[in-house]
Write a new protein. Sequence first.
Length: 434
Amino acid sequence: MAIVAICTVVLLFLTLGTGLWIGLSLVTTGAVLMEVFRSIPTAKLLSQQIFNVVSTPELVALPLFILMGEILFHTRLAENLFSGLRVWINRLPGQLLHVNVLACTVFAAVSGSSAATTATVGRITLDELDKRGYDGNVSVGSLAGAGTLGFLIPPSLIMIVYGVIAEESVLKLFAAGILPGLMIAGLFMLYIAGVSLVRPKVTPKSDEKFTLSQKLKGVREFGPVTSLIVFVLGSMYGGFATPTEGAAFGVLGAIIIGVCQRTLTISNFGKAILSATRTSSMVFLILVGAVFFSVSLGFLGLPKFIAVQIAGLELSAFQLIVALVLFYALLGTFLDGISSLLMTLPITLPLVLQAGYDKIWFGVFIIVTIEMAQITPPLGFNLFILKDMTKRTIGQIAMSALPFFLILCLACLLLAAFPSIATFLPSIITTDVK
């Protein structure tokens, strides 16, 4: 089994290092291992797994939620969020720096993607904050950190994938991400407020005040998207719609908002469909490869072997959690979130269940660790997005994001110490909707 483990790692690094697509790398590694170490018809097994994955009913929600986010992305969502939120938070310590966190939190609920959240919000807020004289390090760092919320705030694409693989209710996973997501956003805002009080030069002096009519106009600007989020999630948690039906309502609502605001054109709609098709195809290819890779490891007995070896170390539950945080933070520096999740889940999930945690809690925990990896050098995805948007180096952006990385570490520890943060809302869901 030690030889199998070494061969697995070597094959993965070789295939990924050649630039082969991640999904195909996983299929190639699994197929080679099966051919060498087991006499099982690989082609038949692969075709069966592909059919099982693409025919899973819960996965229909995935491309629909992606399309909903793309439609809103190609309209004036980011501009409306900035102009609508700034009139309400201008008097808070930190002033408009909070827009990064709040806008990312709202956009995460319609995007489900960390990269899309960071890029969309950053296109508007970074230039505006720079023009107004805000500290560049805090503005860039807060955007890098808050952009990761796209993975956690429901409806999250990565949660749908985790739910299918772990055979857990997607609806309960969505509910599990709400309180942790709001907690992390709140911690980010507390840090921004604290920094602005300790270092007043972080924010410019502003005596700007807004009238009630201006604040009501701000509500009209971000209200439609917020209402869409509440409607989509409310329909699912109220038992009126499955996640797939909720996603369909979301697409319809996004189209209506775009048409009513006169920001959705035939051209934009075509771009949204094309972009959603590309993203969905990428996710499904990774998913198929990861499922086949997982099945291959199962036939080889590698997950059980590794679990026995780790169990022999007699780690406490807390030590195991710390080890997993470090492991996923490292792994995520060179792999995207979905790939990191699917490649390791067959091994890490049994370990966590054995330690006394449940699947729903682990789904939230692993997503937070993947969020950490998004802002970890040298290959954190959010760092590269911000590098393209600013004139800063990866190292400079990483240093700006360091306080927010540490806040995510704190969130992991809080989740480990108080699992009910993630499990409370799912525990009160009584609907049978999956």
